[in-house]
Write a protein that binds this ligand. Structure first.
Ligand code: AMP
Ligand code: MG
Length: 422
């Protein structure tokens, strides 16, 4: 890897100390270990959509480049605006893309099309619909117009020399338009993090293989694929690895050699076949945390050679929750150098939600906007960490703080819409 993706461990928490952390504390410890990718590559602007800008974009020009008309109509000097009405002589016509040679004097106006530069001597445009032809070469305008109306000033959108897009920004469709409007054909974007991922478990089969009794299809690699693609990273799918220490060691090493971040799922609990922790410990630096959350309690995090390592739980919902709450914020910092605040809303709970205090719960719910503009939310009936349909049938997490000991109908809760989780 040509980029280093983490600082020295001094800023990270004590490795190997088994402790129960809050969600916030665990996220904080992870984010402290991340140094953003700095390396850039040059791309055509269209290919930059969704990519992270690697440089400040300084405008080489004013946009608009010239003061121009925002309407089809007649350009005149505001000094000629009447108290009652006035007839003005039309001395010419100017189209977008032209430049008017003459000068417009008092008592005169110029027929002008949207986008055409304002002729010398004019500063105001009267919409065509608000004028009346009085002779072949005169128009009449009434009162009630404002000096400077319907005119777009040079540089009113973007001033020459200003920073119009900042390094670290993920490029949106509007940004591509802005870059084009400034004449940029190519831009420097940051290289995307490379994320290698694999599933672990003797019971797992890949799609396309027959299932024997007790076996199941590996779904985690598919949800991870979807979440990673949406996160805008480069992915390397390393398949299913058996619960076999040698095979796992080999997968860990291979994954770290080709990526900035390694994700595994499964094998982080305390079962007989849960090798993730011990292998990470022997090959890299391990931090294992019990996080006071549900679902997704155990999380292994650490360094594997030059890569960051996340050992996610095996249960399908726990994989998604831990990805969204820990991996995604980490990928964001790695990609952009910036932290983001999760997007949340307040919503009125329609039903009772049972909970004991002590753990942060990510309850899956269905939210909707009510006719009065408020939001309401219903928690889904089945909340097991293996019930993947809850992530599909629901459309938000209901975020219940560790201290919360249940929600009554009508109570307001904080929700995190899935749509906001890139
Ligand atoms: P583990 O942490 O390895 O004990 O896995 C916990 C549970 O998640 C078990 O029921 C596994 O069968 C299930 N599981 C683990 N990995 C996957 C996967 N890739 N796809 C679907 N289910 C999984
Ligand atoms: Mg397992």
């Amino acid at each position: 890897m040509n980029q280093k993706v983490f600082n020295t461990l001094t800023s990270c928490a004590d490795p190997e100390s088994p402790e129960t952390l809050s969600v916030t504390e665990a996220r904080e410890r992870i984010l402290k270990c991340i140094s953003p990718i700095e390396a850039t590559e040059r791309l055509a602007i269209r290919d930059g959509l969704g990519r992270v800008l690697g440089e400040d974009i300084v405008s080489p020009m004013d946009v608009p480049g010239h003061t121009n008309s925002a309407m089809d109509g007649f350009a005149l000097s505001a000094a000629d605006l009447p108290e009652d009405y006035v007839n003005l002589k039309v001395i010419g016509t100017i189209y977008a893309g032209d430049s008017f040679q003459g000068v417009c004097r008092s008592g005169e106006c110029v027929r002008i099309m949207t986008g055409a530069p304002m002729p010398a001597g004019t500063d105001t445009v009267i919409m065509q619909e608000q004028t009346m032809a009085v002779e072949s070469d005169h128009i009449r305008i009434g009162n009630g117009h404002r000096a400077g109306q319907n005119v777009r000033q040079a540089g009113e959108d973007i001033a020459k020399g200003s920073v119009v897009l900042e390094a670290g920004r993920r490029l949106l469709p509007a940004d591509l338009g802005i870059l084009a409007s400034l004449g940029f054909g190519e831009i420097n974007v940051r290289q995307r993090p490379k994320v290698a991922f694999f599933s672990t478990g003797d019971e797992l089969r890949s799609v396309g293989e027959p299932l024997l009794p007790g076996e199941l299809y590996d779904s985690n690699r598919y949800t991870l694929y979807g979440m990673l693609i949406r996160a805008g990273v480069e992915i390397l799918d390393l398949g299913v690895i058996k619960d076999d220490p040698d095979a796992l060691r080999q997968a860990f090493t291979q994954a770290a050699s080709v990526s900035d971040v390694v994700l595994s799922s499964g094998g982080v609990s305390v079962g007989e076949a849960d090798y993730t922790k011990s292998i990470l410990q022997s090959l890299g630096k391990m931090q294992f945390w019990k996080i006071a959350m549900k679902p997704g309690r155990p999380l292994t995090f650490g360094h594997l050679h030059d890569a960051l390592f996340f050992g996610l739980p095996g249960n399908p919902v726990a994989v998604m929750v831990t990805f969204y709450q820990f991996v995604l914020p980490a990928l964001h910092v790695l990609s952009t150098g910036k932290r983001y605040e999760p997007f949340t809303l307040r919503a009125r709970s329609e039903n009772i939600i049972r909970k004991r205090s002590g753990r942060f719960e990510f309850v899956r719910g269905t939210m909707q906007q009510t006719p009065d503009g408020d939001y309401s939310v219903v928690s889904l009936g089945r909340q097991g960490s293996g019930i993947l349909t809850s992530m599909s049938h629901g459309n938000c997490f209901i975020l219940l703080e560790a201290s919360c000991d249940g929600v009554e109908p009508g109570e307001y809760v904080t929700i995190q819409p899935f749509i906001s989780l890139v």
